[in-house]
Design a protein around this ligand. Sequence first.
Ligand SMILES: *[C@@H]1O[C@H](CO)[C@@H](O)[C@H](O)[C@H]1NC(C)=O
Length: 336
Amino acid sequence: MRRKVMVLATCLGSFILVMFYFNSSLGSDDGQFLRGNWYGKPRRSPLQALYEGIQLDPSSIQAKHQKRRVLLDSACKSYTRKRRVLTSDDLKHLIVDDDHGLLYCYVPKVACTNWKRVMMVLTDQGKYKDPSQIPANEAHVPSNLRLLSEFSTPEINYRLRNYLKFIFVREPFERLVSAYRNKFTRTYNTAFHKRYGTKIIERHRRDPSVEALERGDDVTFEEFLYYLVDPVTQREEPFNEHWERVHSLCHPCIIHYDIVGKYETLEEDAQYLLQLIGVGDSIKFPSSSKTTRTTNGMAAGFFKDIPKFYQRRLFNLYKMDFLLFNYSVPHYLNIH
Ligand SMILES: *[C@@H]1O[C@H](CO)[C@@H](O)[C@H](O)[C@H]1NC(C)=O
């Protein structure tokens, strides 16, 4: 038995990056090394600023974020069984800012375009000054930002230990509805219609028309949900990042995020973070010009006609995101 385990461990070791990093504890040697000399300037790194700035005032924003960290930590302990090691594939959503010491895990449909814009300004050494001036398509050009997966194992470990790691999350079903609306109800998203829509219609619509099969541009929310809960879907390939769970995109139980921002309190959380980075006065988080923020609260309408059976399956699918980030079971859901 032990021999088998050893062999297995050796095999795994050959293609898994072993990355045991310690939680960014205060006063570690690395912290001492960076103190007073961060970015060539005599100031603290954002990570130091965060943990040294903790105040006892329970109504402070620091205390609020501290509570979120504690909640995430205890939810991870309660609901995940084993710690596993990270592979380089797990790090493809982590954007690196070496200038300020930041790691940002981007989650589509949670203000990620704006955060990518901010990360571009932070890392761009002066080419861009104002995030809101950067065109959306440019924010999504892969070469404009560096991902943690591109680094060597020691470089990865160093960054995981010493950088401030942050993530922004959103109520899971609001995010899902937002993804559906954006990818399946907008006429310009033909790539998604072809890639996913045609398949969804073929599998989940009774007697589809030839035209619908061809174009894939009129997927209903219900058909989309059937596709998500169908076990075949994930057996074939991982979910697209727009509807993949945050838990699977960012591994919040393995990577210890220092800041968990929420879409529901985006402005406040963004401002807090920019201040920690030390750019609160020079960089303004782009305000969402459109009505995106008011789309929160749309999910109830979309779930109204979904059969109970599928509501329950869908909730189970996204359950970890609800639990880890303290979102309560939606009142409209019919799962008992
Ligand atoms: C979790 O959510 C509940 C209910 O919305 C809230 O009262 C509580 O303060 C939240 N806890 C944290 C740590 O955010």
